[in-house]
Design a protein around this ligand. Structure first.
Ligand code: HEC
Ligand code: HEC
Ligand code: HEC
Ligand code: HEC
Length: 163
């Protein structure tokens, strides 16, 4: 076996072991992401999310519904997560960044975030339609159907500096 191949295999082993650990990553909450993801030049993701229905999803749950696990499983990232993994994420944040992007404790550092593959190995999710359908489905008492293109356009927070 030549060195190149050996390093490739070692690299794979590192990636797979981080994926295996990803399930122990903690949820850090949207205000932590805000530190780096709220500049107008790079897409002000925090501001767009805060103005979206996802950030306000807990406001829709009135009275006893606000503590009903059957509603919380889709209306609150923090309430739906394993309590051991809830770091600084709050129930009131509703559907927070990490419902779509994965728990952030291991990928949140700038040096990791700058490299997409490394971030993904540390638990970052680049969400697709399947992620949305975990909640946008018929189990929702207010289900209005789901068209990915249309719905995504309403919550898009792309970075205009990238193309
Ligand atoms: C210390 C700064 C920092 C923090 C905190 C941070 N990020 Fe990032 N993030 C970056 C940088 C830098 C990039 C690379 C440039 C870019 O794509 O915006 C990035 C990229 C990303 C990308 C794009 C990945 C790609 O290649 O398409 C996503 C998604 C993302 N971050 C989500 C999050 C989420 C969610 C949180 C909070 C849980 C978070 N980030 C916290 C700095 C940070
Ligand atoms: C963790 C559950 C969850 C996930 C994952 C999720 N959503 Fe949602 N979404 C909700 C909830 C709950 C609401 C309703 C918020 C409210 O008004 O109380 C909602 C509302 C919306 C709305 C507003 C709909 C309207 O009637 O105005 C859009 C648009 C939307 N989501 C798009 C998406 C897209 C696109 C994805 C995937 C990239 C996604 N959502 C992933 C739970 C989720
Ligand atoms: C399977 C995920 C899921 C569950 C479980 C769920 N919701 Fe929702 N809820 C959603 C989504 C997604 C939306 C956005 C509506 C849409 O566009 O389909 C929503 C929207 C709402 C709205 C906004 C009204 C509207 O017409 O948009 C209210 C109120 C609401 N849900 C209450 C509840 C209550 C109360 C429960 C528990 C009995 C509950 N939800 C359980 C996913 C869920
Ligand atoms: C409802 C799901 C959902 C929520 C909530 C959400 N995102 Fe995203 N995010 C997406 C999707 C879908 C994309 C596009 C993925 C792709 O490029 O294919 C995306 C892309 C991004 C990107 C990359 C933008 C680019 O063009 O490079 C960043 C950075 C990001 N999100 C940060 C955040 C932050 C920070 C929060 C919370 C403040 C957040 N997101 C909340 C679904 C979500």
């Amino acid at each position: 076996m030549n060195y190149k191949k050996l390093f490739f295999l070692l690299g794979l082993a590192v990636i797979f072991s981080s994926v295996a650990f990803a399930q122990n990553n903690k949820y850090i909450g949207a205000t932590k992401c805000k530190m780096c993801h709220n500049k107008a030049t790079t897409g002000e993701q925090y501001k767009k999310w805060a103005a979206s229905p996802h950030a306000k999803a807990m406001e829709s749950l009135k009275g006893a519904d606000a503590t009903n696990p059957k509603c919380l499983k889709c209306h609150s990232t923090a309430a739906a997560a394993d309590p051991k993994l809830v770091g600084s994420l709050k129930v009131s944040e509703g559907v927070s960044c990490e419902s779509c992007h994965g728990a952030g404790s291991a990928y949140k550092t700038s040096s990791i975030m700058k490299k997409r593959e490394l971030s993904v190995a540390k638990g970052l999710i680049i969400p697709d339609e399947k992620v949305c359908k975990k909640c946008h489905n018929e189990e929702s008492p207010n289900y209005k159907g789901f068209n990915f293109k249309e719905y995504y356009a309403k919550i898009a927070h792309n970075n205009p500096a990238k193309k």
